[in-house]
Design a protein around this ligand. Structure first.
Ligand code: COA
Length: 164
């Protein structure tokens, strides 16, 4: 992993919104999930408490994450790494940066939802200290029409196992 930088989260930054849409499409097409257009990212980044972060490899953007924090709670909205840059620590690095920021702003709990069949992502989150707190049955619909459970995970940001 070479560098991480914060995207300016400005709704009028069309280039940054388009970049998020491109990274999302590349990351999620292998999952069979519909891409989010730049307009959807625009709606997100104008919402209170939403921040986007991008990781680059030698200047080329390869991974991204969006999260929302409100008072002492936060939720991961989406995260992805383009296929060519996987297994090189980008997603773990992004989550480590987010957790550092949440800790610094006094946020206590970080929530996320993940498809129960997304074993790589589940391993990533468990490795950072997230624990399963619930399940939404048949929550996600795949492109082939199957319904898959969502696991709800939570990290206590100040837990000693959370990355420092
Ligand atoms: C899940 C995803 C974000 C991981 O990104 P990544 O940059 O490759 O992840 P990292 O290299 O930071 O991996 C960190 C740890 O996560 C786990 N992990 C990540 N991908 C894994 C996989 N395919 N299989 C098993 N473990 C995996 C490993 O424990 C890994 O640590 P290790 O390499 O020391 O074993 C990426 O595969 C992706 O974009 N998938 C499609 C989109 C998606 O599913 N997003 C999450 C939705 S909830």
């Amino acid at each position: 992993m070479s560098d991480l930088h914060l995207l300016p989260v400005l709704a009028e930054n069309a280039g940054a919104l388009e970049l998020l849409a491109q990274l999302h499409r590349q990351a999620f097409e292998s999952q069979g999930e519909a891409p989010w257009p730049a307009t959807e990212f625009r709606q997100l980044v104008v919402s209170p408490g939403v921040v986007a972060i991008v990781a680059s490899d030698g200047g080329a953007p390869v991974a991204f994450a969006l999260w929302r924090s409100v008072l002492d709670e936060a939720e991961l909205i989406t995260i992805g790494t383009v296929p060519a840059a996987r297994n090189r620590g980008y997603a773990r690095g992004l989550l480590g940066q987010i957790i550092d920021r949440l800790r610094a702003q006094g946020c206590a709990e970080f929530f996320l939802e993940v498809r129960a069949d997304n074993l790589g992502a589940i391993k990533l989150y468990q490795g950072l200290g997230f624990k399963e707190i619930g399940k939404r049955r048949r929550y996600y619909q795949t492109q082939s029409g199957n319904l898959v459970d969502a696991l709800c995970l939570k990290l206590f940001v100040n837990n000693p196992t959370a990355p420092k």
